[in-house]
Design a protein around this ligand. Structure first.
Ligand code: 3HC
Length: 286
C-alpha cells in the first residue's frame, strides 16, 4: 500500500487530547474535520482551540491572520461519514477497546482504502485495534502527550502489521505539526508510559508511606528532581480516570505490582474526583 499525501486530517473525539491534536493539525495547515458525539461538545472543542490560538496571538507567538487561517481549516461534525475525504484519521476517543474496535470498523467502511488510521491510545494495544479492520497495514499509533499542543513528543507506534508507508506518513505528519516524533514498536505503554506510569504510582504510594501532603510531594519532585510539574498536579492534568485506566491496562499485561493503581486513586476515580476536568482531584480548580 502506498501512503497518500496527507492533506486532510480527521480527529475523532475532541476531549482535551483530541482538541489539542486538532489544534496542532490546523496550525500545521491541514484541513481538519473533528468529530464529537454532540454539537455542544464539538462547539466546546472549537472554542477551546480558538481560545488557545488567541492566547498565542496575545503573546506575539502567532499573527492574528494566521489564527484566522488556522480556524478556517477547522470543521466539527457529529457525523463520522464527514471524515470520508480524510487522508489520515486520528482516533482520540475514550480508552475502551470495544468502542475503538467499533469505530475503526466504521472508519474503514467510510474512508478511502489508502487512508491511514491512527490511534492516540495511551495503553491499549495498537495491534489489537488494527485487528478490527481488514486492512491492518494502514493502522498505526500516534501517541501524543498532555497537553498535546505544548508537549513536543509524539510516539509513532508500529503495530505487528503496520506498513512502512503508514509509519513514515504518520512520522511526517508529526514532524509537520512541529513535534519530535520517535518510532517504536507496539509494546505495553510504548516508551514513555512504560516508565512514567509506574513512576507516578510510586509517587502516589509515597503520599501515604511518607505521610506527605500532595503539595509537599509536588514541591519535592519539582524542587528536588527538576520535574516541570509535581506528580499530583500531573495526574490531575492527565485525569485520574485516564491514569487509573492506563495503570490497570499495563498491570494486566505486565503483571508488575508497580503498574497497579494505588487504592487511593482508584477510590478518587470511583468518587468522581477526576482531576482538573471534574474541578477536583488532588487539588481544587475553578
Ligand atoms: N492546550 C493548548 N494550549 C495550552 C494548554 C492546552 N491544554 N494549556 C496551556 N496552553 C497554552 C496556554 O495558552 C498557556 O499560556 P497562558 O497561560 O498565558 O494562556 C501556554 O500554553 C503556556 O502554558 P503554561 O504557562 O502553563 O506553560 P508552562 O511553561 O508552565 O508549561 C507544561 C506547561 C508544558 C504543561 C509543563 O508544565 C510540563 O511539561 N508539564 C509536564 C506535562 C507532562 O508530563 N505531560 C505528560 C503527561 S503523560 C501523558 O500525557 C500520556 C498519556 O498517555 C496519559
Amino acid at each position: 500500500m502506498g501512503a497518500p499525501e496527507i492533506r486532510r486530517v480527521g480527529v475523532v473525539g475532541l476531549g482535551a487530547m483530541g482538541a489539542g491534536i486538532a489544534q496542532l493539525a490546523v496550525e500545521a495547515g491541514y484541513e481538519t474535520v473533528g468529530r464529537e458525539v454532540s454539537d455542544e461538545l464539538g462547539g466546546k472543542a472549537y472554542d477551546r482551540i480558538a481560545h488557545f490560538l488567541q492566547r498565542k496571538v496575545d503573546k506575539g507567538q502567532m499573527a492574528a491572520g494566521e489564527r484566522e487561517s488556522a480556524l478556517a481549516l477547522l470543521a466539527t461534525t457529529t457525523d463520522v461519514s464527514d471524515l470520508a475525504r480524510c487522508d489520515l484519521v486520528i482516533e482520540a476517543i475514550v480508552e475502551d477497546l470495544d468502542a475503538k474496535l467499533e469505530l475503526f470498523r466504521e472508519l474503514e467502511s467510510i474512508v478511502r482504502p489508502d487512508a491511514i488510521l491512527a490511534t492516540n491510545t495511551s495503553a491499549l494495544s495498537v495491534t489489537e485495534i488494527a485487528a478490527a479492520v481488514s486492512t491492518p497495514e494502514r493502522v498505526v499509533g500516534m501517541h501524543f502527550f498532555n497537553p498535546a499542543p505544548l508537549m513536543p513528543l509524539v510516539e509513532i507506534v508500529r503495530a505487528e502489521r503496520s506498513s512502512d508507508d503508514a509509519v513514515e506518513a504518520a512520522f511526517e505528519v508529526g514532524s509537520r505539526m512541529g513535534k519530535k516524533p520517535i518510532r517504536c514498536h507496539d509494546t505495553p505503554g510504548f516508551v514513555v508510559n512504560r516508565v512514567l506510569i509506574p513512576l507516578l504510582n510510586d509517587c502516589l504510594r509515597v503520599l501515604d508511606e511518607a505521610r506527605v501532603t500532595p503539595e509537599d510531594l509536588d514541591t519535592a519532585m519539582t524542587a528536588g528532581a527538576g520535574w516541570p510539574m509535581g506528580p499530583c498536579t500531573l495526574v490531575d492534568l492527565v485525569g485520574i480516570d485516564v491514569h487509573v485506566h492506563a495503570s490497570e491496562a499495563l498491570y494486566e499485561k505486565l503483571r508488575e505490582p508497580r503498574m497497579a493503581p494505588p487504592p487511593r486513586i482508584v477510590a478518587m476515580k470511583n468518587a468522581g474526583l477526576l482531576g482538573r476536568k471534574s474541578g477536583r482531584g488532588f487539588y481544587t480548580y475553578e
